[in-house]
Write a protein that binds this ligand. Structure first.
Ligand code: CTP
Length: 405
């Protein structure tokens, strides 16, 4: 089983989604994990220590100063005995405390005392999730090396619709499995280039043409590859995301800058082109801001941008052993993407449907088809983080096979 022998400390904080933690514990146990539960005082308002203990078959810890718990297992030991600490659901309050390093109760003390990886699955009202303070805390925690299973979008218990809903249980299980599936260190010694985000093509000093890419899928892939031990160069267009910890981050604006940065990062064992690169740039850009009173409606002229993916795929020297492209399609997804793979010469193409109603561009979820020379493998819909984890493990096995050939 995928999680055989893995000890997971599951911290359940306050929120209506706390009941889903019980299902999560069971599903983790189904694939071999040993789960111990910790309930915060908020979490204990929604579910009971008894239900957590009964479902996991282990004691459920709630109180930092409980003598019984301390006699059986001190909090330092509890936090270090685990292979992974999983916080699900993570409330805005708990994340704020984690970001500030506050250790006032059992859960926060465990999170501060641990030397083990920590994964956080936030769940909260959409306004709380979108609030600048929460987003700041998420960024801080990501910089601190905390792994996120990002919330999904949908109907919330409070009746509102938006982002903030706890990731679905299968997605959380997939994220945890992805953490170990090929094994930490399976990409040690490998250099991988990832392109991500949109590009911005200047019109004048204040205006540009861009696209709706959030960069989230590319950043998640970079983070997953780092987790498996790779040295990752993330070449990114402008996004609102914090660079994942551990990557070599190269910020660019235009497609031409991205092409130069990618070239400078060669040699690499693999290149994953996730960026939504503009196909054209404007040749008659203005050095000064265009004035509508003076210049009227601009007549923009365009020229082709370099195709970074194609350039990497057809390199005569130093071609990465594995070149992966993404295909953003709005119709006939697999056929168009398969043609694109052959046209661009890459080894794999990850195809996704970005039509307006798919919610992929800028959204949390993705449903992709991995296409190689043997055909298309369609993955179920999952979060972009889960897609990233799964893709990273595939990349690790492909590079491993390549090495052993
Ligand atoms: N890509 C790239 N450089 C470009 C354009 C695209 O590296 N100048 C890469 C993207 O990062 C992605 C893949 O090519 O991996 C597919 O991009 P997409 O925009 O979907 O395809 P296009 O080449 O624009 O083809 P079409 O317009 O026919 O969809």
């Amino acid at each position: 089983m995928t999680l055989d022998g893995k000890r997971i400390l599951l911290i359940i904080s306050g929120g209506v989604a706390a009941y889903k933690a019980l299902e999560l514990a069971r599903r983790l146990m189904d694939v071999g994990a040993d789960v111990r539960g910790v309930l915060t005082p908020g979490g204990a308002q929604f579910i009971t220590p008894l239900s957590v203990a009964a479902l996991t078959g282990n004691p459920c810890y709630t109180d930092l100063f409980s003598l019984k718990d301390e006699a059986e297992m001190g909090h330092i030991q509890l936090s270090r005995d685990a292979d992974l600490i999983l916080v699900a659901p993570a409330s805005a309050d708990l994340m704020a405390k984690m970001a500030a390093g506050i250790a006032g109760d059992l859960a926060t003390t465990l999170l501060l005392a641990t030397d083990k990886p920590v994964m956080v699955a936030p769940a909260m009202n959409l306004e709380m999730w979108a609030h600048a303070a929460t987003q700041r805390n998420v960024e801080q925690l990501q910089n601190d090396g905390i792994h996120f299973i990002m919330p999904g979008t949908g109907m919330m218990a409070c009746g509102e619709v938006g982002a903030g809903r706890l990731a679905e249980v299968p997605d959380m299980v997939a994220a945890v499995e992805g953490f170990w599936s090929v094994g930490a260190g399976s990409l040690t010694g490998k250099h991988i280039i990832v392109t991500a985000g949109p590009t911005q093509e200047a019109i004048d000093p204040v205006r540009y043409i861009a696209n709706r890419s959030s960069g989230r899928q590319g950043y998640a892939i970079a983070a997953s590859l780092v987790r498996l031990g790779a040295k990752v160069t993330l070449v990114s267009g402008p996004t609102s995301l914090a660079a994942p910890s551990g990557v070599n981050f190269v910020q660019v604006e235009s497609a031409r800058e991205m092409a130069v940065a990618v070239d400078a990062a060669i040699p690499a064992d693999a290149a994953i082109c996730v960026a939504a690169v503009a196909d054209w740039h404007i040749t008659n850009t203005s050095d000064q801001k265009m004035k509508k009173s003076r210049d009227g409606i601009p007549q923009l002229e365009f020229a082709d941008n370099p195709d970074i993916l194609q350039g990497l795929s057809t390199k005569q020297e130093d071609r990465p052993a594995l070149v992966v492209g993404f295909a953003a399609e709005t119709q006939d997804v697999i056929r168009h993407a398969s043609e694109k793979r052959l046209r661009k010469g890459c080894d794999w193409i990850v195809a996704n449907d970005v039509s307006a109603n798919s919610g992929v561009m800028g959204g949390c979820n993705n449903q992709v088809h991995l296409i190689d020379d043997s055909g298309a493998d369609s993955w179920p819909q999952m979060t972009k983080e889960a897609v990233a984890a799964k893709l990273a493990t595939k990349i690790a096995s492909a590079l491993d096979n390549d090495l052993n050939e």
